[in-house]
Design a protein. Structure first.
Length: 181
């Protein structure tokens, strides 16, 4: 009986996501993607590109609550109201350059985004942009990573200040980055 309820819940969630327009990425995401792809002089094949809105995030949070070992992961998921993800495989490309990073920063700034981090190292480019309201509460995060063979873009919307608070509360400042713990 429990399995039947889970299947019905899964089908209902998929139905809601498909008919509420939650799957396709928005125009801003496409504009940033297209601007980058035009500037790298090559071909890029879409590996995956999707968006989840509030109903999709609710479903993801529900699944996470059953699967996650750590209880706080569900709290983190509930802070996100929308996520957009794009992964693209690059072929026959030119290396990105620092000017491309500057152009991307200028374009994002024109759309109300401020860079938090920008990095260019040996043909690899990474940037993190944020949007805040008048009270300096971060409500949107846009990440672009461009490497030799792929490009990854992620946009998060939600109560990101609360998400950061939960992550720091649960992990302190001990983030396992390159074994630096």
């Amino acid at each position: 009986m429990k399995a039947k309820s889970l299947v019905v819940l899964l089908l209902a969630a998929l139905f809601m996501m498909n008919f509420s327009g939650c799957i396709g990425v928005n125009g801003n995401f496409k504009r940033v993607r297209d601007n980058i792809l035009v500037n790298i002089d090559g071909r890029a094949d879409r590996v995956v590109e999707f968006a989840l809105g509030p109903s999709g995030m609710m479903f993801a949070s529900l699944i996470t609550s059953f699967a996650a070992d750590e209880e706080y992961v569900d709290d983190l998921m509930r802070q996100v109201t929308k996520i957009q993800v794009g992964v693209y495989e690059r072929k026959d490309f030119s290396e990105p350059n620092y000017m491309m990073l500057k152009d991307l920063s200028d374009e994002m700034n024109d759309q109300g985004w401020n860079y938090l981090v920008r990095s260019y190292d040996h043909g690899n480019l990474a940037a993190v942009f944020t949007q805040s309201d008048d009270l300096d509460n971060i409500h949107s995060l846009f990440i672009v990573v461009l490497e030799r063979d792929e490009m990854v873009m992620v946009e998060l919307k939600g109560n990101l200040d609360r998400m950061i608070e939960i992550a720091v509360r649960e992990n302190g400042l001990k983030f396992d980055i390159a074994g630096n713990y």
